[in-house]
Design a protein around this ligand. Structure first.
Ligand SMILES: NC(=O)c1ccc[n+]([C@@H]2O[C@H](COP(=O)([O-])OP(=O)(O)OC[C@H]3O[C@@H](n4cnc5c(N)ncnc54)[C@H](O)[C@@H]3O)[C@@H](O)[C@H]2O)c1
Length: 275
């Protein structure tokens, strides 16, 4: 069991959107935060130690892991990326973070996976983390790779982990789909805090959403983890409607996207070579 007063928690991708929200939520409770990002950033309090490093720099990660008992791995590319960058950061970098953590004696890993790990399931199917993965992209496939590595770490090395299949992290919901998939800044901090504090999560996969009225998944493993989301995207429904966004068609079972992964499930990854 981790001790928030004593144990060092290392967070990768700490200067990013989720990392920043997480630090705001965790720094009052977790007394020793070691923060890694490739872009220069500043500590916000005395209990934050910043390290500017590439997660795919094995020597730098080895050094950063010194004395660490828990890792929250957020660093990654998303949105706009080349496949080479995707592989270098989300596979090679993930491998280096996980391996240096394992070899450094880390006991708990919390991993920012994604709902794109199951994005090819039709939206009409209410999926759960218990179903086999069905990634909608190489981005999603590499998130499944991370989850699979963590299963091996649990079975072979006893390292406990929680993989968070995050939906849409934003300060507010942005479109129809995110009324179902939103994860708020406060709730992402509550989710990671619960993942660090649980005495024995085993090798757990959970859905990473707020308590949205329109959730399209079930049995997200929140009760077992002790995660109690406080926000609900539906509170923003009228604001979105006033901005001209169609938020009412799901009430008639007309969803913006036919699969859980939204636009990812239909976007071309890279054109096939012809001839
Ligand atoms: N934002 C979402 O809706 C969402 C949804 C599902 C999963 N996720 C996952 O959550 C994680 C964080 O997402 P975010 O929204 O905060 O993204 P973000 O782009 O805001 O933050 C990612 C951070 O990782 C850092 N980074 C990138 N490459 C790095 C490298 N080689 N070494 C060290 N640091 C590096 C970036 O500088 C950035 O600060 C990602 O792994 C992403 O795949 C996000």
């Amino acid at each position: 069991m981790l001790d928030p007063q004593r144990d060092i928690v290392l967070i990768t991708g700490a200067a990013g959107a989720i990392g920043t929200a997480l630090r705001d939520g965790l720094r009052a409770h977790w007394r020793h935060l070691r923060l890694v990002d490739i872009k220069p950033f500043q500590p916000q309090s005395a209990n934050e130690q910043t390290v500017v490093a590439d997660v795919a720099d094995r020597a730098a990660m080895e050094a950063a892991m010194h004395g660490v008992r828990a890792v929250v791995h957020l660093a990654g590319v998303l949105g706009d990326y080349t496949l080479e960058d995707l592989f270098r950061v989300n596979v090679r970098g993930l491998f280096d973070v996980f391996e240096t953590a394992r070899l450094g004696g880390v006991e708990r890993i919390v991993f920012a996976s994604s709902n794109h790990a199951f994005g090819c399931y039709p939206i009409t199917e209410r999926v759960t983390p218990a179903l086999p993965p069905r990634p909608d992209s190489l981005y999603g496939a590499f998130k499944v790779f991370g989850e699979t590595m963590l299963q091996t770490y649990y079975d072979r090395h006893g390292i406990r982990s929680v993989s968070l299949r995050i939906g849409t992290y934003r300060t507010k919901p942005i479109d129809q789909r995110s009324l179902a998939t939103w994860l708020s800044p406060g709730d992402v901090a509550r989710l990671v805090d619960a993942s660090l504090r649980h005495p024995d999560p085993g090798c757990l996969i959970v859905n990473g959403y707020s308590a949205n009225t329109r959730l399209k998944t079930h049995d997200p493993n929140w009760d077992f983890l002790g995660y109690k989301p406080l926000d609900n995207a539906e509170d923003y429904r009228d604001t979105l409607r006033a901005a001209g966004i169609d938020v009412d068609s799901p009430d008639r079972e007309e969803w913006e996207w036919p699969e859980h992964g939204g636009s990812h499930a239909r976007a071309p990854e890279r054109p096939a070579r012809r001839g």
